[in-house]
Design a protein around this ligand. Structure first.
Ligand SMILES: [Zn+2]
Ligand SMILES: [Zn+2]
Length: 258
């Protein structure tokens, strides 16, 4: 099993990272993709600790739309900044999370779009997968990816869109990753969408420390709990949890090692 999206270098894990990693392994989670926020010095230090504790973990690095404002006036420097991090570290396989967030709207949308497009272009040039965050911004997200013109592989993380959004993302060649949201009682329509995603495009994640699944809602999330996401997906897709976990692992390796 794997967790395709977590923030284990977040401050939320600074006190007990070894125990968090141990519980993940005990739960059968063999690997994870740890998202690093480009330019956060604290995350770099904690990522070092993480790779000693859990050598199988892979990393993604990028400028999150929430942080776009920091780059105002220095938009042209973003791609070079991320490129340096990716090229200097073999464990950094993907570019992300990157994208658009018009819900929190912490940075001007024009700036978000510019940084997203620049990092998508970088991923194409380096032939790396992208990890996409999109919230209340789907139309613009697909537009930017379409304008980038193919050759892109990657993950729409924490997918919460409808059937139409799923179709758009799949047409663009992307994988859809489901988080603890799929376990929430009111997520009936999301479970319906999860039913029909092709097995070779399916991924699972926690987005730890956020979005703890049922039955852990309200607590800090951690990779061990990806099992709850897997169980719900198995139920709605009328298969065994092992089948979901195996498919997710296969898909993940294909994306990251290609
Ligand atoms: Zn996100
Ligand atoms: Zn995230």
């Amino acid at each position: 099993m794997l967790d395709s999206h977590c923030h284990l270098a977040d401050q939320a894990f600074s006190e007990d990272l070894p125990a968090v990693v141990r519980r993940a392994r005990e739960a059968g989670v063999d690997t994870a993709l740890c998202i690093l926020a480009a330019g956060e010095a604290g995350e770099v230090v904690r990522a070092e600790l993480l790779r000693n504790l859990w050598p199988e973990v892979r990393f993604a690095c990028g400028v999150h739309p929430h942080q776009a404002g920091v780059w105002l006036g220095r938009e042209a420097e973003v791609a070079g900044f991320v490129r340096n991090i990716v090229e200097q570290d073999d464990a950094v396989r993907a570019i992300g999370e990157i994208g658009l967030d018009y819900h929190y709207d912490l940075a001007p949308s024009r700036l978000q779009r510019e940084l997203f497009a620049a990092q998508v272009a970088l991923a194409q040039e380096l032939e790396r997968p992208v990890v996409i965050h999109t919230r209340e911004a789907e139309a613009d997200t697909w537009d930017i990816l379409r304008e980038a013109g193919g050759g892109l592989r990657g993950i729409v993380h924490c997918f919460t869109g409808d059937a139409e959004a799923a179709r758009e993302a799949l047409t663009l060649g992307l994988h859809l990753s489901f988080s603890g949201i799929v376990t929430f009682p009111r997520a009936e329509s999301l479970r319906e969408v999860a039913k029909s995603v092709p097995e070779d495009r399916l991924l699972v994640e926690t987005d730890s420390p956020y979005l703890a699944p049922v039955p852990h809602r309200g607590h800090r999330n951690e990779p061990a709990w990806v099992t709850h996401v897997v169980e719900v997906l198995a139920k709605v897709r009328e298969t065994e949890p092992d089948a979901i976990a195996d498919a997710a692992c296969r898909n993940f390796s294909a994306l990251m090692e290609a």
